[in-house]
Every structure is written in structure tokens, then in C-alpha cells.
Write a protein that binds this ligand. Structure first.
Ligand code: 3H9
Length: 676
């Protein structure tokens, strides 16, 4: 839990609570004791605190945030700050949340060049509650403090040095020695709480008004601003009390509960049931991508940006040029936005090969097929790939709906095949559904998860079914949304209900953005549903400036008379009377039906756990994070509420609707959907 090393007159205290040295109650007790022992020795001139391994400290233990056990973190930090001998923080890895707060309570801070410093509490729906909102502005000023506390993004050690948060940057192999020397150097004690901090009230109002949209509906960021404002308006101790009041209000709130659920959900999602941690992984040195369209190039950028050499296969010289141009343009945009340097882009592009020579795929350790969504075409690609790929290669399909088992079956090595379903735009969206075929080998699955994490994605394992987890749940939502149009709702009303709920866009805006022709049979004469009718008029979504909505150059959706007329024709033909549809009905028929489908996905074993479904929806479809994902939300409003709603509207849900037996059973038992 904690190590103590005596360097004659300086005591080094080592936080040792793997994996991230979280400040659990045991670690805090051990630290309090070690500190008081060290300070009590007359010969000791100073104390150094560092973390073991690659973290200084990942903050308070997130499992214990609602507990108030002694020694409580803010008190412990006060004790460090009050010490009569210098206490130096040696930050040899990331110092986050309570970890940085602890370091700011020390009298001086040294950091290694690769260390990151941050107060990410806001991402858990809380604020730094151990003095961070009072000490950071005193060290770094209002602007930096607001940026770091309200948005929660860590900064580099170099930036922290520029902003006055650390005092010196020291190489990894010298940091303990330098910190010990610092403790001996006779520097006086400098308490952060005693530093002046001045900021005008207008500075905080301006920050809030500039960020109204980003702060909308979220409790924690607004409280963060108020806590930093308190640092400017109140004495240090009064400011701490204000911080504490705000912290307590947030930590018990629904938003923080949901965000903390997601923190752990994201980490559980990487764990595969029945698969030990020690399973051997294959090494991925080089990747191949078949298909240089929007999806293929988006996928490729992820690997290139992480320094992994990659070959794209396109059909002909035009396709080769198009794919290369697309990737170059995308990187040029990243340079223009200041997200990447020219050197970084040059390096990424030097790893790219685009060719129409299929045999270039030999030598790739992972090949991802990203061709048009057609099972025969994909089977054909996999037959060719089977002949050419190395015997140790992993073969992945980026299908979003099709049967991965059928694709695997055309190869001589179905255990090497799986699905890697990226979401568009694939270089930006975080989610990857890792689709496990019946024969997929455990090492193949484990490697796919590892490589997805390496390229910055959030992987979630799914079984094979139509649409896997995410798209399968979209199906009932879409069917009901279209049915409600015919019954009397408008695209604007249905989309507005979803936006009010917190989604970035509603079902019809999403279809227009993705393109209505995705999955369309492309026969204008065949009209099975409203979407077919809209496509047959050449209205393919935003790209044609017309879909469910009309779009001007500003890309804002406007109600469309053409769509109104199409919907009217459907209504008349079906003899459905026009009626007013309440927002509540829209919620039940789109969101509750999704939860019902999610429960079926769970009982069929397509998802390993309810929380995996939440991760899919938050990272793949923009479900509001502070509502924790559809299954979490359902549990919070009550599974019985969902069942009652679906039962109330049963007659309107279509002849194919069935209530999930698992949902019904768990609701009746008052139990959670999670496997307990
Ligand atoms: C806080 O400090 C409040 C104070 O202001 C006020 C208090 C009064 N606690 O992410 P990883 C676990 S709030 C408990 O896979 P990485 C994690 O669940 C805190 N557990 O590693 C996982 O467990 P498992 C503010 C934690 O290298 C394992 O460690 N701090 C904590 O990809 C490995 O984690 C934060 O918000 C924790 N604090 O990333 C930082 N941290 O193996 C939260 C991690 O069983 N943490 N675990 O699945 C992170 O952002 C990342 O974990 C970190 C490492 C960047 C540190």
C-alpha cells in the first residue's frame, strides 16, 4: 500500500496501490501515518511523495466517493500543506483528480517530461473536492483553472511548468534524487493556500456566457465555475467550505451516478467472459484495409496516426488516387485545426501504401474488409483473402448488419475471422463493436480488443445477429418513428423529443446525415416504405440537400412539403386516421422499444452485460452520457415503468412486437437486468 525510504535526512513516501495508486481509505491512513512519523523525526529536513509504477496518483477511489471515512482526503491534504518541513511531490507519471490535489497541497512539485496533470472530476459529474478548485487558481490563474476544471482535460508537464503548476521538469531517472535535493536545499515552505488570487466576477460570467451551449443541462461544469469563483471571492477556508457544499450536492446527483456507472462500464466492456487475462495475443505490426471509401479511409487513419503501417486495397487507379487524396485532405484539415503538426502528418503518411494489387495484403497481421454492404461481395473478398493472407493473420469484416459466421465459413480458417464494426466517421467515433463469430478464436478476440484500445477506440464485444447490438436496437426505434409519421407525428416533433432527451439529433436527422441510400435496394420503382418513396425522388439526405428534411447551404433541416405529401399518400392508402401524437407516446414507442430490444439482446447472449449496451449507445450513437445509456436509464426510471408503457401502447407497436421475457421477469421481481 505504501513504501517508506529513508535518505538520511529526507524521507521518501511511495504511494503503492496498483494499478493507479487511487487514494483509498487504507492508502490515506497509511500516508497520514507515514507523514506524521517522518515529520516527528528531529533529523528529518523534508519529505518527498511519489507514486510507484507509471502513475503518481489517479485520484480518490471512485468507488468510495460517497463515503466520508477518516482521514478524509481534504483534511489529509491540509495536513501536508501545514507541515513545518518542506514536502515535495515527485510526479513521475499522471497526477489526476485527488492525485493532483495532493500534489498541490505539497510545497513544491517536480514532474517528469511525460507526466500529465489534470482534474478530470467533471467527467464523473463532480468537481475536485479536495481543495483543487481553490488551489489551482492560486497557482495558475483563473483562465487555466477554469479550462482544466470545467473541461477536465489533463495537460502536459511542460504546459504545467509554463502555468506555474509545477516548479521544475526532471528526467525520470533523476526525479527522486532531485526531489530529495530540493527538500534539502533550504527553500522555505511555500503554501499554496497563502498565494494571492484575484479575478473579477465578470470573468466568470463571461466564461459561462461563452460556453452556454456546452454547459447546457449539465450540473457539474456550472458548479465548477461557481467553486472557482468562490476562490476569488472568499477566504481560502470559506472557499473550501463552498467547494465541499457543491461537491456533496453533485456526488449524490443522478448525473454523477450515471457518469460513474459509465466509467466502470467502459472498463468492464473490455473484459471477455470466460477469457483469462493471460491469453496470448497476436502481434499486430502491419494492417491491411480492403476498400478505400469513406469507411475504409476513416478506419485507416486510426492506425496511421498511431504509427502502424497500413496498406489500402482499391479496385483501380482512380480508387487508389481517391483514397490517398481523402486521407491527405483529412490530415491537412487536422493540421489546419492545430490538432496535428506537419511532422506528425508526414510520419503518418509515410506509413501508408494504397494499391490495387491484392497480393500486397500478404505480410499484414490484421486485414479489415470495408467494401460495400453485400454478403456475396464480402464472401468473395474473404475467399481471395483466405488464399493470400498469412497463416497467423486476423481477418475482420466491418459489416454493420451481415452474418459474420457466413462470411467466416467461406474461409479455411473461421477461427481467425471476426467482425470489427467501426462507426462513421470512423477516424472520430470511439466505438468498435467486436463481433465474435461462433468459431472466433479467443486469442483473435483478445488481440482485436487490445488493438482497438491501442488506436484509441472503446471496444465492446457483440455476438452475431442482425445489426449486432447498436443497429439492432435502432430497428424498432426506426419502425415506430416511421409508423408515427403516418399516424400524425412530424419528423420535427419526433426529432425534437429525442433532442430534448439529450441526443445530439433525432432519428430522421440521423438518417439524413448517414444517407438514406444506405441499405436501399436502389430500385426507384419498388416502394415498400416511406424511406423508399423519399429515395425514389432522389432525396438521399444531407448530401443531396433533401431527405426527410430540406436543407439550405447552412445545412439546417427545414420541414419538407414533399415529405409531407409522401406521408399523406401513405396515410390515405392505409386508411389510417390522422391524430395528434403526444410526446409521451413517442418516448415509449422509440426509447422504451429500444430498451426492450436491448433486453432481448441480453437474454440471447449477444451482449455480455447490460452495461456493454450502455457503452455502445453512448460511444456509437450519442446517447447523453449523463443519462448513462439506455439500460441504465431504464433501471433508473424503473423496469416496471418500461413494461407498463409498452403494455399501454401494445396495440400500436405492430404485429411483430413481443415483450422481452427477461425484461418482464426482472421488472416483476424488482431486480436489475445485470447478471447478479
Ligand atoms: C477524485 O479524485 C475526487 C476528489 O477530487 C475529491 C475526493 C473527496 N478509482 O482506466 P484503466 C481502475 S475522483 C478507482 O483501465 P488506464 C479502473 O477501474 C477521481 N479505480 O487504466 C481499472 O480497474 P479494472 C479523479 C480506478 O491506464 C484500473 O484502475 N480521477 C481509478 O487506461 C485501470 O484503469 C479520475 O477521474 C480511481 N480513481 O488509465 C481518473 N482510476 O482493471 C480516473 C482507475 O478493474 N482514471 N481505476 O477495470 C482514469 O482516467 C484512468 O483510469 C487512468 C488510467 C488515466 C488513471
Amino acid at each position: 500500500m505504501l513504501g517508506v525510504v529513508h535518505h538520511d535526512d529526507v524521507v521518501e513516501i511511495v504511494l503503492a496501490n496498483p494499478p493507479v495508486n487511487a487514494l483509498s481509505v487504507q492508502l490515506r491512513s497509511a500516508l497520514a501515518k507515514a507523514l506524521s512519523d517522518a515529520l516527528s523525526f528531529p533529523h528529518v529536513r523534508g519529505v518527498v511523495i511519489r507514486g510507484q509504477g507509471s502513475f503518481f496518483c489517479g485520484g480518490a477511489d471512485i468507488n468510495e466517493l460517497e463515503q466520508h471515512n477518516d482521514p478524509w482526503l481534504p483534511d489529509l491534504i491540509d495536513r501536508i500543506e501545514a507541515a513545518g518541513k518542506p514536502v515535495i511531490a515527485a510526479i513521475q507519471g499522471d497526477a489526476l483528480g485527488g492525485g493532483l490535489e495532493l500534489a498541490m497541497g505539497c510545497h513544491y512539485r517536480l514532474a517528469t517530461p511525460s507526466a500529465k496533470l489534470g482534474l478530470p472530476e467533471v467527467k464523473l459529474g463532480i468537481l475536485p473536492g479536495a481543495g483543487g478548485t481553490q488551489r489551482l487558481p492560486r497557482l495558475a490563474g483563473a483562465e487555466t483553472a477554469l479550462d482544466m476544471i470545467v473541461w477536465g482535460e489533463p495537460i502536459s508537464a511542460l504546459r504545467a511548468l509554463e502555468r506555474g503548476i509545477v516548479d521544475r521538469i526532471v528526467d525520470q531517472d533523476r526525479i527522486v534524487a532531485e526531489a530529495v535535493a530540493y527538500a534539502r536545499s533550504g527553500q522555505g515552505i511555500r503554501r499554496t493556500r497563502e498565494l494571492p488570487f484575484v479575478a473579477s466576477d465578470e470573468a466568470f460570467d463571461l466564461f459561462k456566457s461563452k460556453n452556454t451551449r456546452r454547459l447546457r443541462g449539465l450540473h457539474a461544469p456550472a458548479a465548477c465555475v461557481e467553486a472557482v469563483r468562490a476562490a476569488a471571492q472568499l477566504s481560502f477556508d470559506e472557499g473550501l467550505r463552498r467547494e465541499h457544499e457543491l461537491f456533496i450536492g453533485l456526488v449524490k446527483g443522478e448525473q454523477s451516478l450515471a457518469l460513474r456507472h459509465l466509467f466502470f462500464a467502459e472498463r468492464s466492456a473490455r473484459k471477455i467472459e470466460g477469457l483469462g487475462k493471460d491469453i496470448a495475443r497476436r502481434t499486430i505490426r502491419k494492417v491491411g484495409v480492403i476498400g478505400g471509401g469513406t469507411m475504409g479511409t476513416g478506419i485507416s487513419i486510426n492506425f496511421l496516426s498511431r504509427g502502424i503501417p497500413l496498406t489500402i486495397i482499391e479496385m483501380d487507379p482512380d480508387g487508389v488516387a481517391r483514397a490517398r487524396n481523402f486521407i491527405t485532405a483529412s490530415y491537412n484539415t487536422a493540421i489546419a485545426k492545430g490538432n496535428l503538426s506537419e511532422d506528425q502528418v508526414e510520419k503518418a503518411l509515410s506509413l501508408l501504401e494504397v494499391t490495387h494489387d491484392f497480393s500486397a495484403l500478404s505480410g499484414c497481421d490484421l486485414v479489415i474488409e470495408a467494401v460495400y454492404e453485400d454478403i456475396e461481395l464480402k464472401k468473395d473478398v474473404f475467399r481471395r483473402l483466405d488464399r493470400i493472407a498469412d497463416s497467423s493473420a486476423i481477418l475482420a469484416t466491418n459489416t454493420s448488419f451481415l452474418d459474420v459466421n457466413k462470411i467466416a465459413a467461406v474461409t479455411s480458417r473461421p477461427n481467425d475471422v471476426l467482425g470489427l464494426h467501426f462507426f462513421s466517421p470512423a477516424n472520430i467515433m470511439k466505438l468498435v463493436e467486436v463481433v465474435r463469430g461462433t468459431e472466433t478464436g479467443p486469442d483473435v478476440l483478445a488481440t482485436a480488443i487490445e488493438v482497438s484500445r491501442k488506436i484509441g477506440k472503446v471496444p465492446v464485444v457483440a455476438g452475431v445477429c442482425d445489426g449486432f447490438i447498436g443497429n439492432r436496437m435502432l430497428t424498432p426505434r426506426q419502425a415506430n418513428a416511421e409508423a408515427m409519421l403516418v399516424e400524425g407525428a412530424t419528423p420535427e416533433q419526433i426529432d425534437r423529443v429525442h433532442i430534448d432527451f439529450g441526443m445530439p439529433m433525432g432519428p430522421f436527422q440521423m438518417l439524413d446525415l448517414a444517407g438514406l441510400d444506405v441499405g436501399w435496394h436502389r430500385n426507384p420503382a419498388r416502394i415498400d416504405n416511406i424511406k423508399d418513396a423519399i429515395c425514389s425522388r432522389g432525396r438521399l439526405g444531407q448530401k443531396t440537400k433533401a431527405g426527410f428534411y430540406d436543407y439550405g447551404d447552412d445545412r439546417k433541416p427545414r420541414p419538407s412539403e414533399v415529405v409531407e405529401q409522401i406521408v399523406g399518400e401513405f396515410r390515405e392508402r392505409a386508411g389510417i386516421p390522422l391524430r395528434r401524437i403526444a410526446d409521451e407516446e413517442i418516448v415509449v414507442r422509440t426509447l422504451y422499444t429500444m430498451v426492450n430490444e436491448g433486453a432481448k439482446i441480453l437474454e440471447e447472449g449477444i451482449a455480455q452485460r447490460a452495461s456493454d449496451i450502455n457503452v455502445v449507445w453512448v460511444y456509437g450513437y450519442g446517447w447523453p452520457r449523463h443519462k448513462g445509456g439506455p439500460m441504465y436509464w431504464a433501471e433508473r426510471i424503473g423496469l416496471q415503468t418500461i413494461v407498463d408503457g409498452l403494455t399501454r401502447y401494445r396495440d400500436r407497436l405492430g404485429s411483430t412486437f413481443t415483450l422481452s421475457p427477461l425484461l418482464k421477469k426482472r421488472a416483476a421481481e424488482g431486480r436489475s437486468l445485470n447478471n447478479e
